[in-house]
Design a protein around this ligand. Sequence first.
Ligand SMILES: *Cc1c(COP(=O)(O)O)cnc(C)c1O
Length: 850
Amino acid sequence: MSETLFQLEVRPNIPEKLRGLEELANDLLYSWDRDVRGLFYRLDDELWETCNHNLKVFLRRVAQNKLDEAIKDHLFMEEYSRVMSSFRTYHEKGVSPAITAHLDPESDQVAYFCAEFGLHESFPIYSGGLGILAGDHCKAASDLGVPFVGVGLLYRQGYFTQFIDGNGSQQAQYTPTNFDELVVQPACDSDGNAFYVQVEIEARPVKLKVWMARAGHILLYLLDSDLEENSSEDRSITFQLYGGDSTTRIQQEIVLGIGGVRALRALGIEPTIWHINEGHAAFQIPERCREYIDQGMDFNSALELVAAGTVFTTHTPVSAGHDIFEADQMTRYFKDYIKSLNIDPETFLALGQSPNNNTSFNMTALALRGSRFHNGVSRIHGGVASSMEGYVWPQIPPDENPISYVTNGVHVPTFLAREWVNLFDMRFREWHSELNNPTFWDCIDTIPNHRYWSLRQELKAQMLEDVNKRTRRRFQRAGFSEAQLKRLTSYTGEPEQNVLVIGFARRFATYKRAALLFSDLQRLARLLNNPKRPVMIVFAGKAHPRDKPGQELIRTIHEYSLRPEFIGKIIMLEGYDMALARKLVTGVDVWLNTPEYPLEASGTSGQKAAINGVINLSVLDGWWGEGFDGENGWAIHPHASNADDTLRDQEESADLLDILENEVIPLYYDYGSQGYSSSWVKLSKASMKSCLPRFNAQRMVVDYVKNFYAPARYQYSRLSAKDCAPARKLSDWKTKVREQWGDVSIRRVDDIRQQIHDGDSLPIVVHAGLNGLVPEDVVVECVVGGRNDGGEFVSSEQHQFRHTGLQDDEHVFELYLKPNNSGLNHYKLRIYPWHELLSHPFEMGYMLWI
Ligand SMILES: *Cc1c(COP(=O)(O)O)cnc(C)c1O
């Protein structure tokens, strides 16, 4: 028998003079306000670490005498007043003109749905890139004053904590969180009462509690099924992020999509713009349709209305990454629900149809069909998504279909090191309001080189100290001897040594090719071990517990890291989270990314690195395809992969080692008489000043507001005017087009001249059989352009035909074509259905060419 270990938390009485600390601890603004965190750190730096930077837990455990001493400490109290007053100023700040130019803060409301939100390590409801992007979106929305709420799930166990044992095996630890210890509180309905919402899961009612988290100006509503009233099965729906199997997944998505809409309604929130961030939340579409259908509308008109106000962002560049449910699973979960939509099951299942998956239901397809505004997350990824998801608009060439892109950006106050913030505050006072202004950031050049270099070295020293602690902790636990620990930390333990540090931290998915560096071990060892020019590489990242190849990669890196030629030079860190990410992206010298082109949707860690003056060395994929300008870092050009993946990997790996050997290492160690490399500083400054204004989250949110939210709002208000008559009209028109389009035909009847003289125009005449459609239902168009290097046609102008009459049941359309350019032109002729209420001219997916 072992005795019980009881626990007793003795909570301090917070002195009246420090009451504001409670307010600070209950607002996730602390996740991007370093001064708030600094205040807590000053009170007790040890407790700060042991409670994992959780302010709420900190305030419950901090010793009474620390607080009592603090109120007698003038310097502390001054800092406290300063932090409180800037906290108040932040909350009183109005909406940015960049937003009011497009949205009305009084009447507009954005509801942003996502399966994960990564705001801070103390709030573990995120796994990686998607969540942190969502967190950054919320933070920038708050900074700009966008009328905005987030909707997600409150996971009892969140994502796993990663440990790596002495053999390099990843151990996933799930720790249940006590919601008391998170920055959440029960949400109240519009009458101020706590409330529940309900969803049906296989005909069982499941009750959901709604929690609320505050993050500056915005609120986050999070759903939780872990309630006594629910069966133990249902209680576990919201246990783990990306845990369980496809049953858990569909249940979570019902809770998020359907429960999320019901929660907003109960709260009295009336969104005018709905943003679905990745397919997980797409069940909000049928739920919002059901609301209109309950009021007597037909399904198709309801879908028009819902889609008009909806923005969908896709993040996954491979179709295998999309959520797909089996048709029988869908029928089981949605049998009764489909009846409430007044449609037959086939119509419902068709919303999720995608090629090669005829019997299953694809959440990305649902999201695309239920939204009119769609985007990928970088220029390259926008193109990939247009091709991959082009099946939704089968007759439209992918480069013209409605999927466009907004390149991701990172939240600067979250990821910019405190030392840079202090320097900017001192030298460039107004920098906060100039984030998106590229010319402003030329000011980086005015920072003296030696100052710049020493600041970077200081950040590196802090990072190495942290790496040292983490490495010792990890290997002590694994039972390594002190002599081994010494070898493992030979470069991190002595911060006065100068060493070039390369960072590689990301999800260990195989396409990210973490092991690309290791194709030529001898050469790598030679590069790292030159005593005059030492180089260290730090790895970190989690693999999903079901991703065996990803875990194998972690083991591989671990094994390399223990080889005699690499020990202390290659480090594999465990427990990648936002805290470690902040250390690495601010402290390393070079940020390495080696994805297989074109599988990196965007990548954001390289952006975090760049704004801190870290130099990117990356495959030209994702955001770096736009970010690299030839003078702000290094690029590995993707080799064609159509022949042989192994060969491509070898070639790209050789390129990588060449760049390291011939460019990176010599540049870093090109010390002049002043004791540092001024050419390195030049490149680092170029990285910072070119990336900061372009790849920050405010730029991203303003792009969304301008190009997606405002048009969606406009489109929704058009269709919902006059009791939604326009939505019905558009829906009826689409029904008619769907019935008739199959037999529409078009042919050219003029004599097809091939030359004209400058100043003349070319008469073109086509005859179209409209099969019952009228000329106003279609556009006949001439697309003029040229050929690109690859010989493909690229359009540059469009000219519309005029309807001029009827001849033998065929409609006559004529155009007098005058191309903008003389010389050799190419052109194509096409017809497509068109209605003035459409959101995008090609949204029906129909188009015929001559
Ligand atoms: C930024 C970040 C990511 C995403 O970075 P990628 O470049 O997309 O791999 C993942 N995890 C953490 C903890 C991060 O901070």
